[in-house]
Design a binder for this molecule. Sequence first.
Ligand code: ADP
Length: 480
Amino acid sequence: MTMKQNLIGGQWTEGVRTYQNTNPSDTRDVIGDYAVASREQALEAVAAAHAAFPAWSLSTPQQRFDILDAVGNEIITRKAELSDLLAREEGKTLPEAIGEVGRAAAIFKFFAGEALRPGGEVLPSVRPGVGVEITREPLGVIGLITPWNFPIAIPAWKIAPALAYGNTVVFKPAEVVPGSAWALADILHRAGLPAGAFNLVMGRGSEVGAVLLEDERIAGVSFTGSVGTGQRVAAACVGRGAKVQLEMGGKNPFVVLDDADLNVAVGAAINSGFFSTGQRCTASSRVIVTEGIHDRFVAAMIEKMKTLKVDDARKAGTDIGPVVDDRQLAQDLEYIAIGQKEGAKLHGGEALATNADGAPGFYLRPALFTETTPEMRINREEIFGPVVSIQRVKGYDEALALANDTPFGLASGIATTSLKHATHFKRHAQAGMVMVNLPTAGVDYHVPFGGRKGSSYGSREQGRYAAEFYTTVKTAYIQT
Ligand code: ADP
């Protein structure tokens, strides 16, 4: 088995250690060995990106379009293989992985187009004979730090705009999913990028990631991950005046009103809470249900949960794959125990040592807590697993107040057939994204993504709004 190396200054480079990538659906299955970069190698990658910036920042829109479009095309051509790798290393089901890989391709295509449409504004000055032009220019070297739950889509939605707007990149993926990151780096490398414009450094956050926060040559850091790490990233970057963008946790509410279509409500709650094994920052883990529909809704949720197949991520018919690793499984089980201790009633939530074929993996049946109250830790802290709690409320006003009663603000959903309540909720939900009669998870790739309060910091990602982070504005005055 050949070792997959880091990409530094256009050269595939050995690491100082090896990371063995394994399959959470069958821990006996070794996917491959990946090079772990040292601090010094991360510094070399920063130097390479810094050296490559002047030329790449002046590349033509056509050059950038051609490369990003070629990356999108190759991802589409190799969709089956890349989806299989993603499901194998991360544990989401194959249909979910296919969706994610398709999204990554679409993102590269979208930003290929954006490279051709930089735009700008021309305004008259307030002074006679003077013109004003407002343009956007690339920031410089961008450090990208990504989590494990979307191993190709999150890297894509950071790398594609960074390169499209003329920045160079040092990319540090999450340690447990190096396979998809390496495959994407290989595609980028062969698509014709100049040496150093894109660098891959796999390794630990505290070593490789820390370099990206501290090095003066990095002009901006885009981070997706946990709240604790995000706060460290922000402190380090703000401290030295670097631009920073954070996407962190969520404790997303999903409100179900008496007038909701029961099938729509249950479908959206099951999807948002349990699909992708609950490992999405947009997952809804707090379902807030008005009392007229509460008992019917709970009964329907429990019935539906019984039909969900928890099994190997790549097996046809699997609804829910394994948890990503032993550390995350331990965290999920700890919260399930906390919920029981807090007095909530648990349905499901059993850990399974093996799947239906006897393969050892990190399997967990979806867990639903009923009879929960707002102050319980399971209703306040992000669990990041297939664990959902239900809170009963009297009516819409109480539901809205509870939905907003959280330190987070990424996504917020409601199931209702009332235009009045849907419209009010859209306006008053304290979240960056609001969904009506839809799961809170599952968003489009061409529109802004991000949240408020403790969920996000800095400008939005994706769509045209990505330009806010990956460019800096120049105002030019011309006397004619
Ligand atoms: P999770 O708990 O979901 O793994 P983390 O926030 O720890 O979330 O990880 C998200 C990303 O941040 C990963 O790529 C990780 O390696 C990186 N990371 C972790 N600690 C640091 C750090 N101190 N500095 C920079 N990056 C870090």
